[in-house]
Design a protein around this ligand. Sequence first.
Ligand SMILES: Cc1ncc(COP(=O)(O)O)c(C=O)c1O
Length: 373
Amino acid sequence: MIPIVNPTLLEWQAVIADFRQAWESGQVTTGTFTRRFEAAAEERLQVPHAVMVQSCTAGLMLVLRALELQGEIIMPAFTWTATAQAALWNGLTPVFADIRPSTYTLDPEKVAAAVTPQTAAVMPVNVFGCPPDYEAFEAIGKQYGLPVIYDSAQGLGSQYRLTDGTWQFSGNFGTAEIFSMSPTKVITAMEGGLITTSDATLAQKLRQMRDYGKTPDGEDIAWLGLSARVPEINAIVAYYNFGHMDELVQRRQELMQHYRQGLTGLRGVTFQDIPADRRTSGNYFTLFLDAAQARHSRDQVYEHLKDQGIQAKKYFYPALHQQKVYQTFGVSARTPLPVTEQAAAAGLALPLYSHLEEKLIFKVLNIAKGFLL
Ligand SMILES: Cc1ncc(COP(=O)(O)O)c(C=O)c1O
């Protein structure tokens, strides 16, 4: 079976040497190695504060709680369930706005139209590695006086070009951005999450909240927190993989280019558009199959690939407003979400990881093309 994802884990010897040190010191959680990785992230991404936590989901939950938000939060339904689950865990109501048909990221115009007096925040999402339109969302945040919190789970290593022409890494926008370093991500910690922010007070609060909300002296509990500290082994793995960020991203972009070239021109097959002002981290390569045009439907291609030993993923599917959990919580789409529904019915992610051999890409391509030509 060619898996859809496979974590690229680098520098085993260095990881083990550092872990031995942590092991022997007895300091095995949220210690010097966690801080070393955070400092490396601050330096490379050029962000003032980076706070590592146990997962992106924990990071999302902590940021929403730290900001003491109440009411509603506008987000896409074309995302992973964690985006909205973090809201529900905080007693916030997710309000779904539609996405753009080209990038599949949240549509700023739809967000502006969805703002009400109940809106507490906006949460755009990085989709498959492509950042949302940061500048448009920063403008919306300013216009309506709302914090913008980015679910950048899939976006570590992605970049955005500001209108003044300078490129910035994801991590530099909004009140905070939250990344995932789970095994399915470009840069993995095996498990982990990373919060970036330029707000020193927020960063300090989050450092306390990942440890139950303890006061700095540990004598009292100041905030409602979580047990979301970071095992040092995860911070060590994160550090060494993060050191290879550029080549990991570059390699994925090359592999994605093979997929694009090989599949271009097939009837009913389109790809995510990465605008000239954005660089994807390359987390997923997803094709979109128009059921009316393509020779086979998305689900048929999925099954065919599976029969041939290739694991694909219907992604993101189902859209959040179509998942049982949100119906249970009485959360439904307030406005039609036609682009979201079409994308959720059409998207199919193909195997992609940084150490995927080219010959396997060509194998996937041959099988997919043979079925779709
Ligand atoms: C868009 C999005 N948000 C949140 C998450 C949750 O990340 P984690 O597994 O680190 O909690 C993911 C994970 O795949 C994701 O894709």
